[in-house]
Every structure is written in structure tokens, then in C-alpha cells.
Design a protein around this ligand. Structure first.
Ligand code: PSU
Ligand code: MN
Length: 311
């Protein structure tokens, strides 16, 4: 069940053997998604949130070429301090990172891969990557979407990042057969804001109902992930016009400066944080914590075994 190349601390190995609820957490959000020291503070508070909700956190990265599930505080601090100088590792970057013994911060896509190889079924992040605006000319579609199509992990997020083309992202997920669930909402959340006016395919109101749907999917050998979208709490949401304006300016600057490829998402997140005077960063931190709490509740329900009626 656990891939032999995965490194994990013995407490996590024992917890997995006991069927305890684990929640995977990514590391690109630490190195590339937020500035130091807020990135490290957030990574640690997110782990504490998972524990408080009764599950066990496992932050994931590649450490000196070892695919590692369950980073130490020192390893989290190391990735946070190195920031953009750590390699951002998605699916295509994993082989090089492993063969050269490098450190790598894992994106949603590669975190899903490592989680699945360790037998962790639930993963909390901020927002997934998706289809970028202008993808019809740039072809920029995040590898996160292909991973959701094929790897059996449920990803809890606050929607796709608002810097993206959300209708196209939803179309892509539909084509790939990825269920997009709304937790206590009928609408796709807008990451920094609570709603987008776009429908999710299914609203579910309890962690148990989500755990049941996950189990039914995988019991029937429908391989691939699920997207569980969880709106940012009202008290921390940003007004849509304010954030949209900052995103529009950041996108324009990105085009002018010729930024693209794997730098696109980190550039946009950092620029939007500057343009909003740090408000988008504060919202980002709150929504990740909120997702960690829901992911822990889903992991607890999922660990209790099948509760939907036997077919
Ligand atoms: N969500 C955040 N901040 C982030 C990311 C997600 O709140 O920094 C990261 C994730 O690791 C995601 C990546 O997988 O951005 C997407 O990058 P790209 O668009 O290059 O696939
Ligand atoms: Mn991309």
C-alpha cells in the first residue's frame, strides 16, 4: 500500500496502518504561494487546525530527493525560508528532483501523487491551478487538472484561484469526470470571495455525505480525484470588485513582463497581495485554515468506513 520510495515518520506509518484519519498538505503554497515568515506560520497553524479537528496532518515535499509525507517543523521552516529558490515541483518535475537528490516544493498535482502513494485520501490546499485566462493562445492549463482526472485523492479548496478562467476550468473538470462538490453551497466559491455565479455539480452539506460520495466513486473503480470546494468564511472574504481590479492589473503586468510557465501563478499571487496592501494574503491564510478544518472532518468520516447503503 505505501510505495517503497516514500519516506514517512514512523508515527505516521503507524497511524496509516491503524486506519487513522490523515490530511495531506502541499508545500508550493509555502515556498511560492506566500512570503516568509507568514508562509511558515500558516503551514504550522494549518497543521494545528487539522489536529484540533481530530486528524493527523502530513505536509508533503521532496527532501533531498526523497518523496516525503510528513515534514518536520525544521523542514517546513527550511522550505519557507528558501522560498522561490526551491524548485516548484509538479508531475513533470518529480523525476529530476528524485534522480538528482534535490529539494522540491510540491504543487497540488505532485502532492496528490505522493499522498496517493502513501495511502492518504484527503488533501487540503488554498486553491487549485486551472485553465489560465487566454489559454486559447497560451495553452496554459495547470497539471493540477490532469492529476485530478487520474489520481485518487479528494482535494479540499476554496475554488480555483480567481486569477484563472473559471468557466473553462469547470468545463475541463467536467470533461475529465472530476466531481466538483460545493460544501454548503450551490455555487463555485471564488477563492478570495465566496461566490462566482457558476454552479457546482453537486451541493453536499456534511463531511459524512462527502466521505460517502468519495467512497462510492472509488468502490466503483472510478479512478481519479474529487474537488471539494469550500467558500472562504464571510468575515474574511474580499469584495469582488476590489480583488478583480488587482487581478486585472497583475495580469496586465504579467503580459508586459513576459512572465509565463511555472512562474505565472506565483507572480500573480504575489502581485495581487502587494496591490491589495496584504489583504489578499490575509484572506488566503484564513481560507487555507478553513479548508484544513473541513478536510480533517472529511478524513475522520472517511476513516470510519462505508456508511452509504450497500448496493
Ligand atoms: N493555492 C494557493 N497558493 C498557491 C497554490 C495554490 O492558495 O501557491 C499553488 C499550488 O501548489 C498549485 C499551484 O498546484 O499553485 C498551481 O501552479 P500552476 O498554475 O503553475 O500549475
Ligand atoms: Mn501553468
Amino acid at each position: 500500500m505505501i510505495h517503497p520510495m516514500i519516506a514517512l515518520p514512523s508515527q505516521l506509518r503507524d497511524a496509516l496502518a491503524d486506519g487513522a484519519p490523515l490530511v495531506a498538505l502541499e508545500s508550493t503554497i509555502i515556498s511560492h504561494g506566500m512570503p516568509y515568515p507568514q508562509n511558515v506560520e500558516t503551514a504550522l497553524s494549518v497543521e494545528a487546525t487539522v489536529r484540533a479537528a481530530g486528524a493527523i496532518p502530513a505536509t508533503i515535499a521532496v527532501i533531498q530527493g526523497r518523496p516525503t509525507v510528513g515534514l518536520s517543523v525544521d523542514e517546513i521552516e527550511h522550505l519557507g525560508k528558501r522560498g522561490h529558490s526551491v524548485t516548484k515541483v509538479s508531475r513533470r518535475d518529480l523525476p529530476r528532483c528524485l534522480s538528482a537528490g534535490l529539494d522540491g516544493a510540491t504543487t497540488v498535482a505532485s502532492t496528490m501523487i505522493l499522498a496517493a502513494r502513501a495511502g492518504v485520501s484527503v488533501f487540503a490546499t488554498g486553491g487549485i491551478g486551472g485553465v489560465h485566462r487566454g489559454a486559447e493562445t497560451s495553452f496554459d492549463v495547470s497539471a493540477d487538472l490532469e492529476e485530478l482526472a487520474q489520481t485518487n485523492v479528494a482535494v479540499v479548496c476554496a475554488g480555483a484561484k480567481a486569477i484563472l478562467d473559471l468557466p473553462k476550468t469547470l468545463e475541463y473538470l467536467e470533461t475529465k469526470g472530476v466531481p466538483v462538490l460545493g460544501y454548503q453551497t450551490d455555487e463555485l466559491p471564488g477563492f478570495y470571495s465566496r461566490s462566482t455565479g457558476l454552479p457546482v455539480d453537486c451541493r453536499l452539506d456534511s463531511p459524512q455525505a462527502i466521505a460517502d460520495l468519495m467512497r462510492a466513486k472509488w468502490d466503483f473503480d472510478l479512478d481519479g480525484g474529487l474537488l471539494i470546494t469550500n467558500p472562504v468564511p464571510q468575515a474574511h472574504a474580499m469584495p469582488a470588485e476590489r480583488i478583480d481590479q488587482a487581478i486585472a492589473q497583475a495580469l496586465q503586468e504579467m503580459t508586459q513582463q513576459g512572465v509565463g510557465g511555472k512562474q505565472a501563478t506565483p507572480f500573480l499571487l504575489a502581485r495581487v497581495a502587494e496591490l491589495t496592501g496584504g489583504d489578499s494574503l490575509a484572506t488566503n491564510i484564513k481560507l487555507v485554515e478553513n479548508n484544513a478544518r473541513l478536510a480533517a472532518q472529511i478524513a475522520v468520516a472517511f476513516s470510519q468506513g462505508r456508511s452509504y447503503p450497500a448496493p
